[in-house]
Design a protein around this ligand. Structure first.
Ligand SMILES: Cc1cc2nc3c(=O)[nH]c(=O)nc-3n(C[C@H](O)[C@H](O)[C@H](O)COP(=O)(O)OP(=O)(O)OC[C@H]3O[C@@H](n4cnc5c(N)ncnc54)[C@H](O)[C@@H]3O)c2cc1C
Length: 450
């Protein structure tokens, strides 16, 4: 059978593309080898945030006395937390399936193999298409550390299903995934050590606020080893021994569990991508235009496979752009205001330029930094806790970046993202009315100090 669009991969990029194309009346085949929803729904964004919400609830219960509420006893029922996480995932995966079915998308379970740009094989069937959209996502990078093959380490998958909280744990990699798991296991009572090669956690985020988040978790007992590399691993009855090196100093850490979270890379092998003869970047990702077109007419790439941001919200927007391009609608992908969020407690979010990125380019800028206590709502809801809001503007007062450490940074960062995407000036942003009292008012407070 011939389809107008065949999509490989049913993650946020693939299912968004399928839904958009189906709604527009195109005939669509979506091929998924595992579970609909991809990494995001099954083993990424949603399950981690579900666990982190349990951790946050546990933290709130333990500290409820600050708000005049007495909770005599708190206890984390970890198997129940994991069971709830699985229930949330199941519910959302079913929701995706229902949406796609309602849009007349044909779903083929199985592994796709590309024969050429108009022909894809899945199981024993061959399908033809006018347009091919590839959304195969990304996979965990496992670094080649000496001794790693003899160690029973975790990736995020095992960590997500852990029903017995380890007493001690080493997290290799202080990026977003590493920090979210460090936060979860810290709340659940593990003694966590984070080992990071760079001189600060959360590379790419605002460095000053990253250091403040690190200091906050440091106070809660998480140990951070920065500018430190893991050089050797071994395991015996006592646990896992992690040998690490910082400058000339070598250190051994014994832990019950070891989580590898050094990053992810696009999935480019094993499904016939090479049969398309696409132009590739030096890191082997297909080169795409801002309409998500590859060098082969009729072939599109979206999501983590592009290697741009490895975030679900980027994947979703790219998928819309690809389908709009197929439909002949004018649309382009913009990467200037992609928010990045770390769902620790407190949350940390940023969008647009950082001071570090502007300094590296030699651009001049003005930076406003105010405590979150400028927001009445923040004070009402965060007893004894501070946070920071930074807004970065150009010399002619165009909003360039915003960074927030404090709850609910993940929700309010969208306000700044809209201002940056629309290239608003300070005075244009100030004309937008924000409900009171909300934590989002913090941006108005920051701009008012200019
Ligand atoms: C622990 C963790 C936490 C995360 N948290 C967040 C977060 O909070 N926010 C955020 O924005 N991002 C988060 N991410 C990243 C997010 O999950 C990805 O950016 C997103 O899933 C990318 O979507 P995608 O559609 O490109 O690929 P994926 O979600 O990876 O989906 C690709 C799909 O393609 C399928 N596939 C691959 N090859 C084939 C083939 N040959 N045939 C058929 N099917 C195939 C795969 O089975 C998979 O289902 C997290 C990731 C992890 C690991």
């Amino acid at each position: 059978m011939k389809y107008q669009v065949i999509i490989i991969g049913g993650g946020p990029a693939g299912y968004t593309a399928a839904e958009t194309a189906g709604k527009a009346g195109l005939s669509v085949l979506l091929i998924e080898k595992n579970s609909l929803g991809g990494v995001c729904l099954n083993e990424g964004c949603i399950p981690t945030k579900t666990l982190l919400y349990s951790a946050k609830t546990y933290d709130s219960a333990r500290h409820a006395a600050k708000y005049g509420i007495v909770v005599p006893e708190t206890f984390a029922d970890v198997p129940k937390i994991i069971a709830r996480k699985n229930k949330v995932v199941r519910k959302l995966v079913l929701g995706i399936k229902a949406k796609l079915t309602a849009c007349n998308v044909k779903i083929a379970p199985g592994e796709a193999f590309i024969i050429n740009k108009n022909t894809v094989r899945c199981a024993d069937e061959t399908f033809e298409c006018d347009n091919l959209l590839i959304c195969t996502g990304s996979e965990t990078i496992i670094p080649s550390i000496y001794g790693i093959e003899g160690v029973d380490y975790w990736t995020h998958r095992e960590a997500l299903n852990c029903t017995e909280i380890p007493k001690t744990m080493v997290v290799v990699g202080g990026g977003v995934i590493g920090m979210e798991f460090a936060a979860y296991f810290n709340s659940m009572g593990s003694q966590v050590t984070v080992i990071e090669m760079q001189d600060e956690i959360l590379g790419g985020m605002d460095k000053e606020l990253s250091a403040l988040l690190r200091a906050e978790y440091g106070k809660r007992g998480v140990k951070f080893l920065l500018s430190t590399s893991v050089t050797q691993l071994s395991q015996d009855a006592q646990g896992i021994t992690v040998t690490c090196q910082s400058g000339e100093t070598e250190q051994l850490i014994l832990a019950d569990k070891l989580l590898m979270s050094v990053g992810r890379r696009p999935v480019t092998q094993g499904f016939g991508l090479e049969n398309l003869g696409l132009k590739l970047t030096e890191r082997n990702h297909p080169v795409v235009t801002n309409k998500m077109e590859t060098s082969q007419p009729g072939v599109y790439v979206c999501g983590d496979l592009t290697g741009f941001s490895l975030l679900a919200h980027t994947a979703v927007r790219e998928a819309e752009v690809a389908i709009h391009t197929i439909l002949g609608k004018d649309d382009v992908m913009s990467y200037s205001a992609i928010p990045g969020v770390i769902y620790t407690n407190p949350e940390f979010a940023g969008v647009g330029a950082t001071e570090e990125s502007l300094k590296a380019k030699g651009d001049s800028y003005k930076c406003i930094k105010i405590p979150m206590a400028y927001s009445g709502r923040f004070v009402a809801e965060n007893e004894g806790v501070n946070g920071w809001c930074k807004v970065i503007v150009s010399d002619d007062n165009v909003i360039l970046g915003a960074h927030v450490l404090g709850n609910p940074a993940s929700e309010i960062i969208t306000l700044a993202g809209m201002a940056i995407e629309q290239q608003l000036t300070v005075s244009q942003w100030m004309r937008i009315v924000v409900p009171h009292p909300t934590v989002g008012e913090i941006f108005r407070e920051a701009l008012a100090t200019l």
